[in-house]
Design a protein around this ligand. Structure first.
Ligand code: HXC
Length: 264
């Protein structure tokens, strides 16, 4: 069944077990204004609450951009206090993306800059075409990233390269992003759908509840000391063992058959 909610600046579509969220301002290279971000947040809340949804895909409309960042027109009019509060709000959305108990795949075709890269970095997988360009070019506008970019880029690729990209505002091609482990996979544009489908197919063989626990263990654990994170991992391990799906997974192995998971 396909269910499509058409909003002006964001498309939200459910097909089978997959929810696809499309930033839909292609003429502005899908730049993020307040309306897009509000609708994105609503769509993610809906997808997380929907027991039928296993995987979420975030992408950009058109063939030029995933997203070219925050809407510069909108940014220009903000006072210091408004900009700080907006930054906190965008950070709240990107942090929420890391807490959503379902995998979020960024499907990237073209520019992935500024706030666009900040959204992509809050996703669990980044799958990109070889022509895609990545960067945090805020420094060229004499501003800095405010949606988590300074922190997530540093955690993903390390301080040396993060500071270089942040301070020079350099845009890098997908192959370089792959080398820096900023993205998972790089493919020609005609292979993008298939590459995303392949990951979805793989994830759909897993228990949805287990995927959620893995995501929490990694993302929450990164914010703790190693000792606390290991304890947290053990708590998540305990939760995993208490699921119906783990009973099924362990039993299926011992019965030498394929497991069938229900996400419970
Ligand atoms: C508003 C944007 C935009 C943006 C592009 N457009 N990026 N509008 N905000 N971030 C608009 C252009 O104004 C133009 O509109 C249309 O999209 C096409 O863009 P062009 O510049 O004409 O295309 P091109 O010459 O191919 O250049 C593409 C580009 C360039 C290299 C991506 O558009 C660019 O540098 N964009 C800004 C990238 C950036 O600085 N991002 C960071 C923003 S700050 P018209 O009407 O003229 O056709 C940020 C902070 C996040 O993200 C903070 C979060 C809290």
């Amino acid at each position: 069944m396909t269910e499509v909610h058409r909003k002006t600046v964001l498309l939200y579509e459910k097909h089978g077990k997959v929810a696809t969220v499309t930033l839909n301002r292609p003429k502005a290279l899908n730049a993020l204004n307040t309306g897009v971000l509000k609708d994105l947040r609503d769509a993610l809340v809906d997808a997380e609450a929907d027991a039928d949804i296993h995987v979420i895909v975030l992408t950009g409309a058109g063939d030029r951009a995933f997203c070219a960042g925050a809407d510069i027109q909108e940014l220009r009019d903000k006072s210091a206090i408004e900009a700080r509060d907006w930054s906190l709000w965008v950070q709240e959305i990107t942090s929420y993306m890391e807490r959503v108990r379902k995998p979020i795949l960024a499907k990237i075709n073209g520019f992935c800059l500024g706030g666009g890269l900040e959204l992509a970095m809050a996703c669990d997988f980044r799958i990109a075409t070889d022509k895609s360009l990545f960067g945090l070019p805020e420094v060229n506008l004499a501003i800095i990233p405010g949606g988590g970019g300074t922190q997530r880029l540093t955690r993903l690729i390390g301080k040396t390269k993060a500071l270089e990209l942040l301070m020079t505002g350099t845009r890098i091609y997908a192959e370089e992003a792959l080398r820096l482990t900023l993205v998972n996979t790089v493919v020609p544009v005609e292979a993008l759908d298939a590459a995303v489908e392949a990951v979805i197919k793989e994830l759909r063989t897993k228990s949805a509840v287990t995927l959620g626990l893995l995501k929490l263990a990694v993302n929450n654990g990164l914010e703790m000391s190693l000792e606390q994170a290991l304890y947290y991992e053990a708590e998540c391990f305990g939760s995993a063992l208490a699921t119906e799906d783990s009973r099924e997974g362990l039993k299926a192995f011992l019965d030498k058959r394929k497991a069938e998971f229900k996400g419970k």
